[in-house]
Design a protein around this ligand. Sequence first.
Ligand SMILES: *Cc1c(COP(=O)(O)O)cnc(C)c1O
Length: 247
Amino acid sequence: MPRAGDHHADRRREIIRANLSAVRERVAAAALRAGRSPYDVRIVVVTKDVEVESVRAALELGVLDVGENRVKEGVAKRAALSTDFPAVRWHMIGHLQTNKARKAALEFDLVHSVDGPRVAEALSRAVEEGGRVGPLGVLLQVNVSGEGTKFGVGPGEAEALLREVNRHPGIEVRGLMTIAPLAADAEETRPVFRRLALLARQMRELGLEGVSMDILSMGMSQDYEVAISEGSNLVRIGTAVFGPRGG
Ligand SMILES: *Cc1c(COP(=O)(O)O)cnc(C)c1O
């Protein structure tokens, strides 16, 4: 617990509270503008590089979904917080190396970053070996923009990956994830989100057994309103809640 009279911690909590309520309002407004229910859009609060007491502050404000991009950091925070906040869902949103897959499969509730058959196989094996209640939900990461710096399969390879991943027991493909390029104007990202939504629809129409394809993880601090208007139902927000990382 923070010390009484710890003004820095109090101020930090107050900033998080104000930021989070602004994000919630903007997410709800964007959903309504798109003719959807605000409840249709889940906010995953991204806590990478954020100290545990600030994560705790967000959880005390009712945050139920937390995203981390490194297994070790996510596992440590979960260990520190899950007793007090057992209902929180932990999301693995960063690139996953196969040697970290085992830990990720047991400690996270949804893995957003399946980008190839090997990581899917490693996750599946970990679930099959036991220690996890129920299947692991995964999203396929698609590199829509084709930027060399981004992980993910190209849109044209996504169906093949889906069929491949779907053969593995213990994991369930729940949808798609993408990261849009940095853009001076968020509007520029719209074609990326539109493409991912179309791809998800096409994959849903394949009607593959065990594939729900109901999660569209797209939109970050700078572009989540555009993503929601293109059908996102899961936005991953860090900076808009906690401020700039390392700042
Ligand atoms: C860091 C990160 C986010 C959050 O980015 P912000 O711009 O801080 O909101 C979302 N998704 C992924 C995959 C990330 O690595």
